[in-house]
Design a protein around this ligand. Structure first.
Ligand code: 6PG
Length: 248
């Protein structure tokens, strides 16, 4: 049975981050209560940085089940973990280096690997090992956190790129022509097998794409619109500027 689909907006970015931290923590508590484990896919970019920073502070930090949480990434730039563009580095600086999460619970994409296809395959193998997947079985993450690009991309599933059409692999290298760069990304089947997907979108520059994705009557299908978990919930958390064109 398809899960719920909700859109919530907050007056500004700080209140959005607080709302997201509360939602994130509640999902973690529920997962740990049910199965003594919380598996979460972090998103990159800039929006989630304030969420990650909040989680490292009270009232969220001391209550959070760090030792029962396993962190994964939805995508990574093809750079070393020390590179300024690294999604791992951003999350590590904002959160992971500040909280008592065991190092073995941090499953970063090893994007320093010179061949991005090898990095993707290695991450796929890590997922298969961690989730003890049988052949063709998909991992089911408790939470997948996603941002939204102004072109409607999620993770590194950019419009008109090969990864967007991938239906068999769990993780692939994706050449993004507009960026002239390789990315490593989870694929749609993995995102759509999540128990909960949380979109976190902030800023007036996202208002147009938010309207197009959530209300679009146009012909284009954006990658974000392909995230429809068959058996999971979708929650959009927006600040008022990002939500400002909804309903028009
Ligand atoms: C990345 C992200 C990407 C991001 C969007 C939005 O690697 O950049 O995974 O999907 O979520 O590009 O980025 P901002 O939050 O910086 O707008």
């Amino acid at each position: 049975m398809p899960g719920s689909f909700q859109v919530r907006s907050f007056p500004d970015a700080p209140q959005l981050a607080r709302g997201a931290a509360t939602e994130f923590s509640q999902l973690a508590a529920a997962a740990v209560h049910d199965k003594d484990l919380f598996t979460v896919v972090l998103s990159g970019g800039s929006t989630p940085k304030s969420l990650y920073s909040l989680l490292a502070h009270e009232p969220w930090c001391s209550e959070f089940p760090w030792n029962k949480t396993h962190f994964f990434w939805g995508d990574e730039r093809h750079v070393a973990p020390t590179h300024p563009d690294s999604n791992f580095r951003m999350a590590d600086e904002a959160l992971l280096s500040k909280v008592p999460v065991p190092s073995e619970n941090i499953h970063r994409i090893k994007a320093e690997e010179p061949d991005p296809a090898v990095a993707a395959r290695e991450y796929e193998d890590e997922l298969k090992t961690f989730f003890k997947l049988s052949v063709a079985e998909l991992p089911r993450f408790d939470l997948v956190l996603l941002g939204l690009g102004t072109d409607g991309h999620v993770a590194s599933l950019f419009p008109d790129t090969d990864a967007l059409r991938e239906r068999d692999r769990l993780c692939v290298a994706n050449w993004v022509k507009k960026l002239n760069a390789w990315r490593i990304t989870l694929t749609l089947p993995v995102l759509n097998n999540a128990a909960n997907v949380l979109f976190l979108v902030s800023g007036v520059e996202k208002a147009e794409i938010v309207r197009a994705v959530l209300q679009g009557a146009g012909t284009q299908t954006y990658p974000a619109q392909l995230v429809r978990p068959a058996n999971g919930t979708v929650l959009w958390l927006l600040d008022r500027p990002a939500a400002s064109l909804l309903g028009e």
